[in-house]
Design a protein around this ligand. Structure first.
Ligand code: GRG
Length: 289
């Protein structure tokens, strides 16, 4: 049931994306942008839509920040895959943007997706109150930038060159930026649209983001064990610290499970109205991709 809701959200975001870009030039960068925003789970956009529903915000309004966060997420993946970063050939089971086109197109598509994300939350159709739009834009810039996702990515790159692997506190801080910041923004956006208290969603999202990353590390290990011929998980293969290497497989699973319980508990002010968000938290640690 949650999967149906996730797919419906992803379809709505994709349609909105097409609508917004319908007047864009017929150039490779535009095709690369559409390609890069296709095929993901759409979890971040779904969190925006669900957080908005929880606060009785109209879906037509919520689609702007939902599409914005998926655009920023897509940009981060396109740039993360570049030869100067992770140098990946595949993303979502298909050739990465720089493999399908070329590096220049991938850089430009990522740049344009990032700009588009900010354009969408600054658009008057997102919210009539300019203060709400400014709040969404400022918080998104903080989540994506040098105090958020870019900080996490930079810490990750520094860790690659470091002599000693990171400890648990360091890797938690790294992932809070790299993965957690956009997830937190997604969960909070609905409350921002409604001028509501962010605290319960912030507490939920902090735990959700960490559980998501721990699950990613577990998938990396279990996927490698299950898939004959698949390259050894990159992080594990380099001897770099991961939640699994630091906590052990069973310890990592236990930590992810208790984070999900805490995330669900943080939603108690919303009662059963937040059950879909609780389902999302459980999905994050049970997913297979
Ligand atoms: C290049 C500034 C810059 C940042 C890149 C997010 C990121 C930072 C790198 C991605 C590397 C990676 C695979 C991290 C693991 C966690 C993660 C973000 C996985 C991808 O998110 P999903 O599973 O992806 O939500 P889909 O494809 O479903 O959208």
């Amino acid at each position: 049931m949650f999967r149906d809701s996730l797919e419906a959200g992803a379809r709505a975001v994709a349609a909105h994306f097409d609508h917004v870009l319908s007047d864009a030039a017929d150039l490779p960068v535009l095709h690369a942008m559409r390609y890069a925003t296709t095929g993901g789970k759409g979890l971040r956009g779904w969190l925006v839509l669900e957080g908005a529903r929880l606060h009785d915000v109209a879906p037509e309004r919520a689609l702007w920040p939902a599409c914005a966060i998926e655009a920023i997420h897509a940009y981060s993946l396109v740039h993360d895959d570049l030869p100067c970063m992770d140098d990946d050939d595949l993303r979502r089971g298909l050739p990465t943007v720089h493999r399908k086109w070329d590096e220049a197109t991938a850089v430009l598509a990522g740049d344009a997706l990032q700009a588009l994300g900010f354009e969408m939350v600054a658009d008057p159709r997102c919210h009539p109150d300019p203060l709400v739009r400014a709040d969404l834009t400022l918080s998104l810039a903080r989540a994506a930038g040098a105090r958020g996702m870019v900080l996490g990515q930079a810490l990750d790159m520094a860790a690659e060159r470091a002599d000693a692997p990171l400890d648990l506190q360091q890797i938690t801080a790294l992932q809070a930026g790299k993965t957690g910041a956009l997830i937190a923004w997604s969960a909070e956006a609905g409350a921002r649209l409604a001028h509501a208290d962010l605290a319960p969603l912030t507490a939920y999202a902090e735990r959700l983001g960490l559980a998501f990353q721990i699950a990613d590390d577990i998938l990396d290990v279990e996927g490698d064990a299950e898939t004959v011929g698949k390259a050894v998980g990159k992080d594990a293969g380099r001897g770099k610290a991961t939640f699994v290497s630091l906590l052990g497989l069973e310890g990592a699973k236990a930590r992810a499970t208790s984070l999900v319980t805490e995330a669900c508990d943080a939603l108690s002010p919303y009662g059963h109205r937040a059950d879909a968000l609780r389902e999302a938290a459980r999905f994050v640690i049970s997913r297979r991709n």
